[in-house]
Design a protein around this ligand. Structure first.
Ligand code: ZN
Length: 146
């Protein structure tokens, strides 16, 4: 029997590990697909500009089909979890800003933690990132297209 992998499983497999950063990207990617009327199944595509390098980028490559190789995944390093998503026919563009309370979840701990403690902290962060109300997760703004 062949069981198809869920989008979440596909993202984890591609990324190589489960972490709060990929959870963040997964949630952002799902929101972007909904807002822009695109999907991972259709190769309709979104172009993404991220304003920081992080694990989150790999989720966009699977869920939004925005790949680095095709140049529809760009990074401008500003150390900000702010993301522009635009659909390929250029009719709509959104800006998503992740709330700072959420980013505290993915920040490194101030004290050194044991591997066990790190795992517990990561699982809790993933639970929050994937489960929190959208209004507590991020702000979505429509961007005027010139
Ligand atoms: Zn990661």
């Amino acid at each position: 029997m062949c069981i198809e992998k869920t989008p979440w499983e596909q993202v984890i497999e591609f990324h190589g590990h489960t972490c709060p950063g990929i959870a963040l990207g997964y949630r952002l990617a799902q929101i972007a697909n909904r807002e822009l009327g695109t999907s991972a199944a259709l190769d309709s595509g979104i172009s993404v500009t991220a304003y920081t390098h992080s694990c989150a980028l790999d989720a966009f490559q699977i869920i939004n089909r925005a790949t680095y190789g095709r140049k529809n995944l760009l990074v401008e390093e500003k150390k900000l979890h702010v993301y522009h998503f635009q659909n390929v026919n250029m009719s709509k563009k959104i800006l998503i800003t992740v709330h700072s309370e959420i980013l505290e979840q993915i920040a490194d701990a101030e004290e050194p933690l044991s591997p066990r403690e790190i795992q517990t902290k990561n699982l809790e962060a993933i639970r929050i990132i994937l489960g929190v109300e959208e209004s507590s997760f991020c702000k979505i703004q429509n961007v005027q297209i010139m």
